[in-house]
Design a protein around this ligand. Structure first.
Ligand SMILES: Cc1ncc(COP(=O)(O)O)c(C=O)c1O
Length: 463
């Protein structure tokens, strides 16, 4: 997902580094290329392995974004590559649409077992948005209600149904009308939730158990427990969107497991792909399955061409095996604690840093307006030009000066993500922390950082 900086209008007239880049400009998305160039992040990657990306000009970049939590196993994990090769070599049935797919049942059973609670069935799809769309339909089918509740700052995807549940109007503008009967409530506010649920109009409360693009926000356990109680009390289904937080990203298989709370539906995607074969899954209880598919006539009432395709199922199983072999859960909890402790220590005392937060390797650094007058004036000038600009300059500096790839949150520009692959090493974490301290030190002095940043901001609005 691109940052929320508005892509400037006009011709892409900077240096074109390759023919594929020109073809991309001509045929796909010239403004994306323009944005990457503006941020000085348009490099050519030649090889990606583990937590590292190797560029054509010999640089090594440490990935602290993981493709928005796709690459939990790191890039091109050997076990995933081997599974794909083996599956291709055996020339088995794929996308036949006329058979019982061999591995879908095993993958469904294992996902449901890991997720726990009453989750017993899986619907497979190819993206997070597609999973959210399914959860919307299934919730309506089960409850016979139409209403959908979501939270401020939420990110659920960009297809029309999922878009209707996005907690930032930026994504919706110009694409309406959205689904009717939706309502937005603050994240973490159980009283606001109850006020809506009391109407008994809502089929589902769709929520990330820990918000990602909203700013790596970890709610209190009491809030999540209360959410579960209230949804049960008023007959609204609880849908956890674990598209970013699933597959041990936060240290547990699901982020909701930190709170001991089970949902009625869970949406998974991203890391299920092993970073190579697009895949998603919606886990649900048996009664929900029955309400959707419960007869011969309705056995294909909600499906999709790539659902349960052989390659994706094989990769899904390989992902679960590899996560187990890598000890992903305990490793992530331990490394996440280490990362946050180091960041807190190194960033303590910088007034521009508000908080280091997160769980496992789902980590964010929240920035705030500085109090020092000299810095405050520059900071506010930036915010006036574009609210994402300050964070983007940090991202750019991290990339250019330290070889660290990361991004700010899509719905909260003051939070910088630190979400490396779960196979990251302590030495790589140390490298990342040193870089973070370096850019924060720079931003804390009224010098080069701010003048470069203002230059960037002006170019972004003037081009
Ligand atoms: C929490 C969450 N849900 C859903 C989605 C949509 O997933 P996809 O881009 O695979 O459609 C995203 C994408 O970033 C996400 O972060």
């Amino acid at each position: 997902m691109a940052s929320a900086t508005s892509a400037p209008k006009g011709r892409v007239d900077d240096h074109i580094s390759s023919s594929f880049e020109q073809e991309y400009i001509d045929g796909v998305n010239p403004h994306w290329v323009r944005l990457l160039k503006l941020l000085q992040m348009n490099v050519r990657y030649q090889r990606c392995s583990g937590a590292e990306l190797f560029t054509a000009d010999g640089a090594t970049i440490l990935d602290c974004l993981s493709g928005y939590c796709v690459h939990n196993l790191g890039h091109n994990h050997p076990a995933i590559i081997a599974a794909i090769k083996d599956e291709l070599d055996r020339m088995g049935p794929a996308m036949l649409q006329s058979h019982v797919p061999e591995r879908a049942g095993e993958l469904a059973t294992r996902l449901c077992r890991l997720a726990g609670g009453e989750l017993k069935k899986a619907f497979f799809c190819s993206s997070g948005s597609e999973g959210v769309e399914a959860a919307i339909k299934f919730s309506r089918a089960y409850t016979g209600r139409t209403g959908l509740l979501y939270t401020q700052g939420a990110f659920h995807g960009l297809t029309c149904g999922a878009l209707s549940l996005m907690g930032d109007p930026f994504w919706k503008k110009g694409f309406g009308p959205m689904l009717s009967d939706t309502a937005e409530i603050p994240f973490g506010d159980a009283a606001a939730l109850e006020e809506k649920l009391r109407t008994k109009k809502f089929a589902a409360f769709v929520v990330e158990p820990m918000q990602g693009e909203g700013g790596i926000r970890v709610p209190s356990a009491s809030y999540v427990e209360r959410v579960r109680e209230l949804c049960t009390k008023y007959g609204t289904l609880l849908v956890f969107d674990e598209v970013q937080t699933g597959f041990y990203r936060t240290g547990k298989f699901l982020a909701a497991q930190h709170f001991g709370v089970s949902a009625d539906l869970v949406v998974l995607a991203k890391a299920l792909s092993g970073g190579l074969i697009p895949s998603g899954a919606v886990l649900m209880t048996d009664p929900i399955y029955d309400a959707v598919y419960g007869s011969l006539k309705r056995s294909l009432i909600h499906t999709s061409t790539y659902s349960e395709n052989g390659l994706a199922m094989r990769v899904g199983i390989a992902v679960l095996d590899a996560l187990e072999q890598e000890n992903a859960g305990s490793r992530t909890e331990e490394l996440g604690e280490y990362l946050r402790a180091q960041l807190r220590e190194q960033l303590a005392g910088f007034e521009i840093v508000n908080e280091v937060r997160g769980a496992g390797l789902f980590c964010g650094i929240a920035f705030q307006a500085p109090r020092k007058l000299a810095l405050r004036a520059s900071y506010e000038a930036f915010m006036a030009i574009h609210p994402a600009m300050f964070g983007q300059v940090l991202v750019m500096r991290l990339f250019r000066d330290y070889g660290i790839l990361t991004q700010i949150c899509g719905n909260n520009f003051t939070v910088l993500k630190v979400a490396p692959p779960l196979i990251v090493t302590r030495a790589q974490i140390d490298k990342c922390v040193t870089a973070m301290r370096g850019v924060v030190e720079l931003a804390n002095t009224p010098s080069a950082f701010w003048s470069e940043a203002l230059g960037l901001a002006r170019r972004a609005v003037n081009v």
